[in-house]
Design a binder for this molecule. Structure first.
Ligand code: GLN
Length: 196
């Protein structure tokens, strides 16, 4: 299986390293030819407005959208989560998403005090030690359809906000497992999400 990492902006190198630790040589995706040569795609953290604009400028936007809706296994972290959402609360002007998960996300949801923080998370389907969640100006899932599976939440003022979700072959985390050296989320993507 050829796994691509969208390499327009953001921390795509860290995802390549995480995939390499799982024994997979990822391919950087920058062109329409690249996207047609991969079987699965990782969309990194970064700036979702920038990634969406660059994807349009590079002629990738519609191709990625179509591949995802045709069933390509896809994993988005942070900005990547925003990009696989159906919609965004208060999007920037011109900001579009590829779609893939029937959810609305709120950008920079955790607010000024906690724009960046770390917390241990329970993650459905991943056993053993908790997953360390690194949140950097992260989104959360504001609302979602019934087909969306909630894998992990963060509780703020008594409300549990989804921060890891899956719908079929599309996985999204609001946090950055690629920055922790713990590759269990990438393994879950490769061994579970990609195999379904
Ligand atoms: N706040 C960023 C955005 O809206 C995401 C931040 C990140 O990927 N670490 O795209």
């Amino acid at each position: 299986m050829n796994v691509g990492v969208l390499a327009l902006q953001g921390d795509f190198r860290e995802h390549l390293f995480a995939l390499a630790e799982c024994g997979v040589t990822g391919k950087l995706v920058k062109t329409p030819e690249d996207i047609s040569s991969v079987d699965a795609l990782v969309i990194p953290g970064g700036e979702s407005t920038t990634i969406s604009k660059l994807a349009k400028a590079f002629g990738l936007f519609d191709l990625i959208s179509k591949r995802i809706s045709d069933g390509m296994p896809t994993y988005g972290s942070c900005a990547g989560m925003i990009l696989v959402a159906k919609s965004i609360v208060d999007p920037a002007s011109d900001q579009d998403t590829f779609g893939g998960i029937d959810m609305e996300v709120r950008r920079n949801a955790f607010g000024r005090q906690t724009e960046s923080f770390e917390v241990d998370l329970e993650f459905e389907s991943i056993t053993g030690a908790p997953i360390r969640g690194v949140f950097i100006r992260a989104p959360w899932v504001e609302s979602h359809g019934s087909a969306v599976e909630i894998l992990s939440t963060v509780e703020i003022s008594g409300v549990a906000h989804p921060v890891a979700v899956r719908q079929g072959r599309v996985l999204a985390t609001a946090f950055h497992p690629e920055l922790t050296g713990d590759n269990r989320v990438h393994r879950y993507f490769l061994e579970d999400v990609c195999k379904k």
